[in-house]
Design a protein around this ligand. Structure first.
Ligand code: ADP
Ligand code: MG
Length: 261
């Protein structure tokens, strides 16, 4: 498998990656080696992303894209390296601490709404970890005000939602905690094209208007790179190519291998 990717040439250096994040990086990963049990999946991995920037991870199945999100959130074994937010080390915090104290939210890859709970109850679940439930109610109310699709069904069980509306609910539920960083694994998976566009519009709004930092994994490389400011192509636990999303869309290696062109 590695042979067909050797055409990609030299891997980007740490300084190249730094330059892609426009100012002081909000989230920084340095020299991270991490995996599951004793198995190392990510090797000496670096990542830099600024506040209100979006970064998309693409690459073949099994390359370690989800493992990067898992590592940021605290689901992997970290053998060495460092993860920082605004210069403060968070490498070994638990997922609960990441969500509650440093504002990292992780949106799961699969359907994770509770079908028999109402839309509103699902939203409130997003705040379960908060001490102040009053604040969760306020945030949920703000979200319902903003998204008519959810508001109209707030008292109905979530199972009546369309695929796109469910994805919106999953994203919204994470927002109840007012995170500054959203980790999203395959937001477009299993959605009809019209809903894929809707999901990317919502993410664009969160980035541009609410200044969220977004790190996403996307199987649909074209959509992901069109959306994101920065793209990393991950191969076997390492970044093989990195660039601005637009530049990667026009990169012939990326096109041939991931965009079907
Ligand atoms: N929970 C886990 N336990 C053990 N190995 C895992 C686990 N999750 C993923 N892996 C392995 O880690 C490697 C990278 O997987 P993953 O990060 O899911 O890849 P991608 O998201 O790029 O498809 C794969 O070899 C996969 O089998
Ligand atoms: Mg994955």
């Amino acid at each position: 498998m590695t042979d067909q990717y050797s055409v990609l040439g030299e891997a980007p250096k740490k300084d190249d990656l730094k330059k892609l994040s426009k100012s002081d990086a909000h989230l920084t990963i340095s020299n991270l080696s991490a995996g599951y049990g004793k198995m190392e999946i990510l090797h000496d991995f670096d990542l830099f992303v600024s506040k209100a920037q979006s970064l998309c991870l693409i690459g073949p199945n099994g390359a370690g894209k989800s493992t990067i999100l898992h590592s940021i959130y605290g689901f992997t074994n970290i053998f060495s390296g460092k993860i920082e937010i605004d210069g403060k080390e968070i490498t070994n915090l638990t997922p609960a601490e990441k969500l509650k104290t440093v504002g990292i939210a992780y949106i799961l890859q699969d359907n994770s709404v509770f079908p028999d709970m109402t839309v509103e109850e699902n939203l409130l679940m997003g705040g379960y970890i908060k001490d102040k439930t009053e604040e969760s109610y306020q945030e949920a109310e703000k979200i319902l005000e903003k998204y008519e699709r959810l508001r109209n069904r707030r008292n109905q069980p979530a199972k009546v939602l369309s695929g796109g509306e469910r994805r919106l609910l999953e994203i919204s539920r994470a927002l109840v905690m007012k995170p500054s960083i959203l980790l999203i694994d395959e937001p477009s998976i299993g959605l009809e094209p019209k809903y894929i566009d809707m999901v990317f519009e919502i993410l664009g709004d969160l980035q541009n208007n609410e200044k969220k930092t977004i790190i996403l994994v996307e199987q649909n490389a074209k959509k992901g790179l069109q959306f994101a400011d920065i793209g990393y192509v991950l191969v076997s636990g390492e970044t093989a190519i990195a660039g601005k999303g637009d530049d990667l869309l026009n990169n012939s290696d990326v096109g041939r291998l991931f965009l079907g062109g």
